[in-house]
Ligand binder design. Structure first.
Ligand code: G6P
Length: 604
């Protein structure tokens, strides 16, 4: 939800901003803009559309200057338009601001300021910050910002600059991410570390309640009362080389193909000498009597899969919630509940709020997170990283596989610690799970066959995804992938529930993606498939290689390696992702940046 960058240093600011905006674009891409302090005055260029469009415009507008702000927007308040794009400014265009988040009391503040004569141009909540700074700016920029902070309510990470203090940036954060990059040639205030590629690896992770004052020759961190705060810097370990398409037409496809590598990386990291070692205090797991898993979107589906596995292996109750529901209902968490939040970005606003709520309730918290140093990773009592590397495609793929894989290890470890599985099973499962990268490769080898299926079904208006048991959440995920990138309405349903409604939809124009695996629900699911066929549904089956009986029922067959049901949950996502991808290619959709979506949802 919006990407922000502020830069001050010895380099020309514009290329720095352009590079960062390109990398931040996955956070929102409906408009983009920059402001550069040039010869004592701010020069602003902004417009609706993606960063690329802004870059084309900038080719004909020379801009020089060593301080600048940039923004890529995901609209919350105000339509997508030039005037609502950031940066925003005060009455005299002397103060510039870029913001990620929502100022909830902006209407009331705007009225107050308008009564005092301030003139607003946009419909955004952000513009209020520039006018408030103008109102309180009697001495230094940071003093004015601190006064503003006592007036505004909501969530924010923002950066402000002023012509009056031409070598200074002031940033503040509350519930939206902001990171200070310490480079040899200047300082950066950015929404996330990926924006710092090729600039610096040295960062200070700012916390809620931090105000940062950055000058060309140093920085200072204060609290919202203006008192100094001490912070240490950290070195980013991420391998940034994964940030280009490497010859693939889309990041999504590249990330789908990276999945075997991601799993290999996690095997190396977490499986040693026939043992799972998650590098956490095992007592947390040993003492857990109930798991409460909270996440959004794809991460939520990973949580749902793990519910089946963990209950089966570790014999403890598991509850899975979407973060936005968890935080607004009266949950009853018993003592010894372990709260687990799953997040690719580690910044999702609802998941972060749910984590904070759990902590406030005195519950132990564990985060399963991809992005190193993200807020959720830093605030949870314990973190397990999923090591998927930067994921750029808005539709999550490799981060999902990594989450599923880590949650399997977590479930097995829990079961081992609680003595609820046979040691022989544990050992053999551990051997088998290390074959997953190979199995994933063989799933990827079906790509051209899946592409042909997509060529035939891409015109459908609706899709139904059916599965039972632990692959049911994968049906939800398959439907989500298709919706996200192809804009086709799709529903995931438990096969057994089909008769309670969706069966009414079945006709020959409705593709039904049916997931089958070995195990206790295979025969039940096959019966459901026959019910679909009896009503002329068009079946795309994903099932274990060699299951001839299922194959005969399917109109289109996608075979995956014949592994046990638990392991199949790690393989099924590949055909689902590829099917969604090729359908979207046929429909000429913007695959890496689907309309209305953003990768990191930092507003509620
Ligand atoms: C957005 C993204 C999804 C992601 C969800 C949760 O909706 O588009 O891909 O699954 O947020 O994000 P998180 O970063 O917390 O996993």
């Amino acid at each position: 939800m919006c990407g922000i960058i502020g830069y001050v240093g010895n380099k020309s600011a514009l290329p720095v901003l352009q590079r960062a905006l390109k990398r931040l674009e996955y956070r929102g891409y409906d408009s983009a803009g920059v402001a550069i302090l040039q010869d004592g005055r701010f020069k602003v260029v902004k417009q609706p559309g993606k960063v690329e469009k802004l870059n084309v415009l900038l080719e004909s507008i020379p801009m020089h200057g060593k301080l600048g702000l940039g923004h890529t927007r995901w609209a919350t308040h105000g339509v997508v338009s030039e005037v609502n794009a950031h940066p925003h400014w005060d009455c005299k265009q002397e103060i510039m601001v870029v913001h990620n988040g929502i100022i909830e009391n902006y209407k009331h503040l705007r009225k107050e300021l308008e009564d005092k004569g301030h003139k607003f141009l946009s419909q955004t909540d952000t513009e209020i910050i520039a006018h408030l700074v103008e109102e309180y700016y009697t001495h230094t920029l940071e003093e004015a910002v601190i006064k503003v902070l006592s007036k505004i309510k909501g969530t924010y990470a923002f950066v402000v600059a002023s012509q009056r203090e031409p070598e200074k940036l002031v940033g503040a954060r509350l519930l939206s991410p902001l990171i200070l990059g310490l480079g040899e040639n200047g300082y950066y205030l950015v929404s996330d570390v990926t924006a710092l590629l090729n600039e610096t690896r040295l960062v200070v992770y700012l916390d809620d309640g931090d105000v940062v004052v950055v000058k060309k020759d140093g920085f200072q961190i204060l609290d919202f009362k203006g008192q100094p705060r001490r912070k240490t810097s950290s070195k980013i370990q991420w391998d940034f080389s994964t940030r280009d398409k490497a010859g693939y037409p889309h990041f999504m496809l590249k990330e789908i193909y990276e999945q075997p590598e991601v799993v290999k990386r996690n095997i190396t990291k977490y499986i040693r000498a026939e043992e799972i070692s998650l590098s956490i205090d095992e007592n947390i797991l040993r003492e857990a009597k109930h798991l409460w898993i909270v996440a959004c979107g794809t991460a939520y589906h990973a949580g749902l899969v793990s519910e089946y596995l963990i209950e089966r292996w570790a014999k403890i109750p598991v509850t899975v919630d979407t973060s936005s529901e968890f935080r607004y209902r009266d949950v009853v968490l018993e003592e010894n509940t372990l709260f687990i939040c799953i997040s690719q970005s580690g910044e999702t606003a609802d998941t972060l709020a749910a984590l904070r709520l759990a902590r406030k309730m005195g519950i132990r918290t564990l985060a399963v997170v991809n992005v190193e140093g993200s807020t959720i990773a830093r605030e949870a009592d314990t973190v397990i990283y999923t090591n998927a590397g930067p994921e750029i495609g808005v539709a999550s793929t490799k981060a999902y596989i990594a989450q599923l894989f880590i949650l399997q290890l977590l479930g097995l470890k829990l079961a081992q610690l609680k003595n609820t599985i046979d040691i022989g099973f544990y050992k053999s499962y551990l051997t088998e799970i290390q074959m997953i990268p190979l199995y994933l490769e063989s799933c990827l080898a079906n790509a051209s066959q899946i592409q042909k299926i997509a060529d035939e079904v891409y015109n459908a208006h609706n899709f139904l995804y059916l599965a039972r048991g632990m692959n049911f959440p994968n049906a939800l995920e398959g439907a989500l992938k298709l919706k996200e990138i192809s804009y086709i309405h799709a529903e995931g349903y438990p096969g057994g529930e089909m008769k309670h409604g969706p069966i009414a939809l079945i006709e020959d124009s409705l593709p039904v993606v049916a997931i089958l695996s070995q195990g206790r629900v295979r025969d039940k699911m096959l019966s459901n498939l026959l019910e679909v066929k009896a009503r002329h549904g068009k079946v795309i089956g994903i099932f274990p290689a060699g299951d001839q009986e299922v194959k005969e029922v399917c109109d289109y067959s996608i075979e995956i390696p014949a592994v046990r049901e638990e392991l199949s949950t790690l393989l099924v996502p590949i055909p689902l992702q590829l099917l969604a991808y090729y359908v979207a290619v046929n429909r000429k959709c913007d695959i890496d940046q689907p309309r209305n979506l953003a990768k990191s949802v930092t507003v509620e």
